[in-house]
Write a protein that binds this ligand. Sequence first.
Ligand code: SAM
Ligand code: SF4
Length: 327
Amino acid sequence: MAAQLVDDFGRVHRDLRISVTDRCNFRCTYCMPAEGLEWLPRDDILTFEEITRLARIMVERYGVNGIRLTGGEPTVRANLPTLVEMLAALGTDLAMTTNGVSLPLLAADLRAAGLRRVNVSCDSLRAERFAELARRDALARVLDGIGAARDAGFDPVKVNCVVMRGVNDDEIADFVEFGRTKGVEVRFIEFMPLDADGIWTNDLVVPVNEILALVNQASPVEPVERTSAPASRYRFADGSGHVGIVASVSDSFCSTCDRVRLTADGQFRNCLFAVSETDVRALLRAGADDDELAAALEASVASKWAGHQINRVNFIKPRRSMSQIGG
Ligand code: SAM
Ligand code: SF4
C-alpha cells in the first residue's frame, strides 16, 4: 500500500491548506485587529519553489489530492498565478479562499493558470455593515469579484459567511436568496475562537441547528450525504442549488478530519487549533532531502490529537490567529 499521512486514530490526511501570505488588505473584526498584525519579514516567507517542493512530496508520497491556497489574503502575494501554475502541475484539485476584492483583476489569470475552485468570503450583503465587519468599504467590489469568478468559469463559486449572533444572523435568509439567485453555494460558518482581538465568546456563536432552522424557514432544504469535508451540505428542495453549514464549534468534525496546513512561514500544522508546529522551513533551508522532510511530516501527523477542546476547560487558544495560521 502507498504511504499515507495517517494518525493514531486512523485518519488519513489528503487535504492540504497552504497559506501563501499572512498579509491582508481587510481587517475583519472576527479575524484581525483594526491596526493589523505585525507582518512576517519577507525572508521568513516560503518561496514558490519551497511551497511546491513540500506540496509535491505530499502529493507524490502520500496521495494528497486537494490543495487550497489561503492566507492572510492570498491575492496580495505577488505573482500568485505563477504559484498556481506550479501547483496545478501536481494534478490535484486546486482551490483558493479569498476575500474576493482582487478577483475582478485576477480571476481570469488564476483560472488560466489552473486554479479550479474558489471560495469568496462575504459576511454581510449590506454595504454599511460589510464596511464595519471588514473595516473596508468594499462590498460592491467583493460582489464584482464573485461575478468575475463566475465569468472566468469557476464552478462552483462558494461564498463563506461567518455568522455571529446579534451581528449578521438576521441576514441568513438574504444570503439564502443571494445563493439561489446568483447560482453560488453559500456556506455559513460558526464563529471560532481564532480571532486576534479576543472578542470570541460562546454567546456569539450561532449553532448549526439554529442556522439550519433559519435556512429552512427561508427555503426548505434536505441533507446531502456527509463526506470528510467540514461543511454539512443541504440541497434546496426546489432544486435551486445547495447550501452548507460549517459547525466547527457546536458539532466538531474532528473525527473525520483529513486536513493538514502549511503556514506562510513554513510551519506544518496537523490541526487548525494545534498549539505546536513543525518547522519545515528550517529543514528545507538546512538542506534536508525529501526523505527527511517526509519523515517530519509523518511524525507531525502521527502525533495529532483526537480533536479540539473548544468549550472545555482544557481548551488552549492557539498562539496565532486565523489569518496567521491560514483559515
Ligand atoms: N483572506 C481570505 C478570506 O477571507 O477568505 C482567506 C483567509 S481567511 C482567514 C479564511 C476563512 O476563514 C474566511 O472564510 C474567513 O471568513 C474565515 N475566518 C476568519 N476568522 C474566523 C473565525 N474567527 N471564525 C470562523 N471563521 C473565520
Ligand atoms: Fe483578511 Fe480573510 Fe482575515 Fe478578513 S478573514 S482579515 S479578509 S484574512
